[in-house]
Design a protein around this ligand. Sequence first.
Ligand SMILES: Cc1cc2nc3c(=O)[nH]c(=O)nc-3n(C[C@H](O)[C@H](O)[C@H](O)COP(=O)(O)OP(=O)(O)OC[C@H]3O[C@@H](n4cnc5c(N)ncnc54)[C@H](O)[C@@H]3O)c2cc1C
Length: 331
Amino acid sequence: MSKILIIGQGVAGTLLAWELYKRGIQVHVNDGKLPGASSIAAAGIINPVTGKRYVKSWRFDEFYPVARQTYQELEHILETELWEERPILRLLATSEETNDWSVRCTQEDYISYLSERDHAGAWGPLLRSGFHFGLIHQSGRVNLPLLITKFRQFASEKGFFEETEVTTESPESSFSDYNYVVFCEGWRGENNPFFPNVPFRRSKGEALLLRFPGIPTDQLPDEMLKKTVLISPLGNGTYWAGSTYRWTFPDTYPSEDGKAFLLHHLQEMLKVPFDIVDQVAGIRPTMVDRRPVVVQSQIHPKVFMLNGLGTKGALLAPFFAQQLATQLAKS
Ligand SMILES: Cc1cc2nc3c(=O)[nH]c(=O)nc-3n(C[C@H](O)[C@H](O)[C@H](O)COP(=O)(O)OP(=O)(O)OC[C@H]3O[C@@H](n4cnc5c(N)ncnc54)[C@H](O)[C@@H]3O)c2cc1C
């Protein structure tokens, strides 16, 4: 029977480990809890229609059902709430944006994803005036930090997780116990000697955690809200607001620049005061072509990589982890 080592337990490593474990394959996971990990800074939002032109995400109809089913399955296994389906209230600031939105709402491919709305719902009292509104459907959020923590506990209890950083200096000896080794290292994969040609273009992202002190708990909005930044309720009156995109940066930590950018865009939307309770940062493992990478090393045939989840790990990881697990289980 195959024995597989997974290096890195962000969302990629977690879901691959789950898919292999489910298939009865002997799996071992190592994670070094290294700075700059992306999954623990992310909101885990799945948004079907993104960007300034409101374009549907690549292969969304194929990936979304797999994601939903996988996270619901893991909720059951890990006995914790991880997945929620919530619409996104889209703020439209100009007549051009409002017109473009109206046109999209009538297009066949978009009818089940977008609609117009004439009010801001529970966000109304918190917002500046002058916006029009759209609603994005079939959006949701998976609590990635909780998924990673809970799965780590599960894997530790079953004896297949170890908190350790793996170095690639003497691979033959460290990998000799395994049939396959899969690197799920996120942005750190850019230095992986088994994959010298994978075109990484990592980007730093930051987010703030907020609370609205003046708003009674029963009046706090439970929809997500999006303009330049997205605000998502996390529960217990806390909101995640992000994020920034930086392709050059001195370190992996939260920065004053990141905070200033987010505050500027939050103040564009909100008229009420808010408290910042935390600031988080992570490095997205993005590729030049913005596509995920599921690849076998040309240097060492038993070594694979699952990476390149970029800005969409929550949506992409379940599908690509499933594909790779099926392939490894067959070989
Ligand atoms: C601020 C921010 C907001 C985001 N928001 C969203 C969002 O709303 N929705 C969404 O889908 N995506 C979002 N993303 C993107 C998302 O976080 C990524 O797509 C995804 O988390 C990448 O997961 P990963 O497992 O590939 O990498 P990571 O999460 O970075 O995990 C890599 C893991 O590998 C470990 N590791 C690395 N090298 C080694 C080694 N040699 N030995 C042992 N362990 C090692 C690290 O410790 C780490 O735990 C966001 C990202 C950021 C930064």
